[in-house]
Design a protein around this ligand. Structure first.
Ligand code: 5RP
Length: 211
């Protein structure tokens, strides 16, 4: 229960960063599930894009206006969860297989805010790192990439195959560059610190903030 409370208070703190008139990117996951009602309660005039069909549906059911991302060339703020948060600010995301859209939305936002419970900050990142792969040439992509296994989940909304890298993450800068350069790899779940503006972590009854 306390983990759920930590997610909720982090999400509620993030909702307070949103103001009327803003364009907002909505992430995906169980922490974002607390953000949506917190935003809806504020009754702000905002325009949102969603990083997954499930976030889009949940937001709409709460009366939050969600529009296609094609109509925006930037966003004021994006708010999303994370699977792991390293001390230097690197994130691992994509436990919910939405990391490709989440990274595009985070990169489009002037301010990317991460919300998490206290289990997410880690001393060192550990595998797996989620991947999205193109179906075209999949067997050759999987053969070429070391330590990668396909995940038994549905494809992404964009038709991508979800897989995970299970090798070493000692040097995330190098790993991110290697993965980004691999033919057939659409996106990986390593998010660099310079993408992240604010981290809100629920711990017990309070929210720790890192800017
Ligand atoms: C989905 C994600 C999520 O943000 C991440 O998995 C954290 O999820 P949760 O808030 O449920 O712990 O990256 O692709």
């Amino acid at each position: 229960m306390s983990v759920e409370r930590e997610k909720r208070i982090a999400a509620e703190a993030a909702a307070e960063l949103v103001g009327s008139g803003m364009t907002v990117g909505l992430g995906t996951g169980s922490t974002v599930a607390y953000l949506l009602p917190a935003l809806a309660r504020r009754e702000l005039s905002i325009r949102c894009v969603a990083t997954s069909p499930r976030t889009e549906q949940a937001a709409r059911e709460l009366g939050i206006q969600v529009e296609p991302f094609g109509g925006f060339d930037r966003l004021d703020i994006a708010i999303d969860g994370a699977d792991q948060i390293a001390p230097d600010g690197w994130l691992v995301k994509g436990g919910g297989a939405a990391h490709t859209r989440e990274k595009i939305v985070a990169a489009a936002a002037d301010r990317f805010v991460v919300i998490a419970d206290s289990s997410k900050p880690v001393d060192a990142l550990r595998p797996p790192v989620p991947l999205e792969l193109l179906e075209y040439g999949l067997a050759t992509t999987l053969r070429r990439l070391a330590d990668v296994r396909r995940r038994d989940v549905p494809r992404s909304p964009d038709g991508g195959v979800i897989a995970d890298y299970h090798g070493d993450i000692g040097d995330p800068v190098r790993l991110a560059a290697d993965l980004a350069g691999a033919p057939g790899l659409v996106e990986h779940g390593l998010f660099p610190p310079d993408l992240v503006a604010t981290i809100l972590v629920g711990r017990g009854d309070s929210v720790e903030r890192r800017d």
